[in-house]
Design a protein around this ligand. Structure first.
Ligand SMILES: [Zn+2]
Length: 309
């Protein structure tokens, strides 16, 4: 297993008082120590040409300029600008892209970028603590390499709107996204009826869980996960494993246990072996309870590291 680790990923922080701060990764990096069977890689910064595989030139310039000034907001109030925001975001994108390339080129089956999975940013704007969308950039990169069947799984408590709407009409990207009911949580999208448009109809699955839902509700949808693996037969799997659905998260009202969370990860691991080449790129996504983040991400590593090397 390949894990991205380095102070460069701690640069992606909106300040100590903001839920998305550098403590999240710092504690995790400390707690995993030198876990055996892990290949640690240093974060790398994406070039502007790489970011522009997904984002519009105007938006990239906007972030660049806001990053020089470091004041104001990048969206309507959730995502403040900070000095160096451009470089910090480019590190997140570059690292996810690096892990994707390493998975393709090596015998490793799994990779993890704890600060990756910034699923709310759109091609032309920021949203929900997400500046550049590392998932979108990676998907566009894979398309350019000729990949035609990519599966994106998202169990973060929030809907991955930046990924969904950017590829809503693209039948090369399958999406399975389970989140807290859109009527109760940001960004308010991802209805069950949103299944893709035009040629992409039927390639996306959105599942809404009522506030208070836990393992029983989540695990009840594993058959649906298998169905999409079967339909897609993915050439590449990206899995955003946000831990903000774990009970005790300050921003959401889902109540998954660590075991429930791990069961979905195990299932996706098995299914990617059955229906694909078995490789999975994991991205940390959200999660704002430090204890949950640490436990969730560490358990992810313990569960999958060392297997199928
Ligand atoms: Zn989230």
């Amino acid at each position: 297993m390949i894990v991205a680790r380095g102070v460069e990923l701690l640069l992606y922080t909106f300040g100590e008082k903001h839920p998305f701060n550098s403590k999240r990764a710092e504690l995790f990096f400390e707690s995993i120590g030198e876990y055996p069977d892990i290949l640690y890689v240093k974060p790398t910064q994406a070039k502007k040409e790489e970011i522009s595989l997904f984002h519009t030139p105007d938006y990239i310039d906007f972030v660049f300029n806001a990053s020089l000034k470091g004041i104001g907001y990048l969206d309507y109030g959730d995502t403040p600008a900070f000095k160096g925001a451009y470089e910090a975001s480019a590190f997140v994108v570059g690292t996810t892209l690096l892990l994707a390339k390493q998975l393709i080129d090596s015998d490793e089956y799994y990779a993890f970028n704890p600060i990756g999975g910034l699923h709310h940013s759109m091609r032309n704007r920021a949203g929900g603590f997400c500046i550049f969308n590392d998932i979108g950039v990676t998907v566009e990169y894979l398309f350019k390499q000729g990949y035609k069947k990519i599966l994106y799984i998202d169990i973060d408590a929030h809907h991955g709107d930046g990924v969904y709407y950017s590829f809503e009409m693209d039948n090369r990207l399958y999406i399975w996204d389970v989140h807290e009911d859109s009527r109760f949580l940001y960004p308010g999208t991802g209805l069950d009826s949103e299944i893709g448009i035009g040629p992409a109809e039927g390639t996306k699955v959105n599942i809404n869980l009522l506030p208070g839902s836990g393992d029983k509700e989540l695990l009840g949808y594993l058959t649906s996960l298998e169905e999409i693996f079967n339909r897609c037969k993915p050439e590449f799997v990206i899995f955003q494993v946000g831990v903000d659905g774990l009970e005790g998260d300050p921003l959401t009202q889902l109540k998954y246990s660590l075991n429930g969370y791990l069961e979905v990860i195990q299932k996706a691991r098995e299914l990617s072996l059955t229906y694909g080449n078995g490789k999975v790129l994991f991205l940390g996504g959200g999660g704002y309870n430090l204890n949950n983040i640490n436990q969730g991400w560490s358990a992810l590593i313990r569960t999958i590291a060392g297997r199928l090397k």
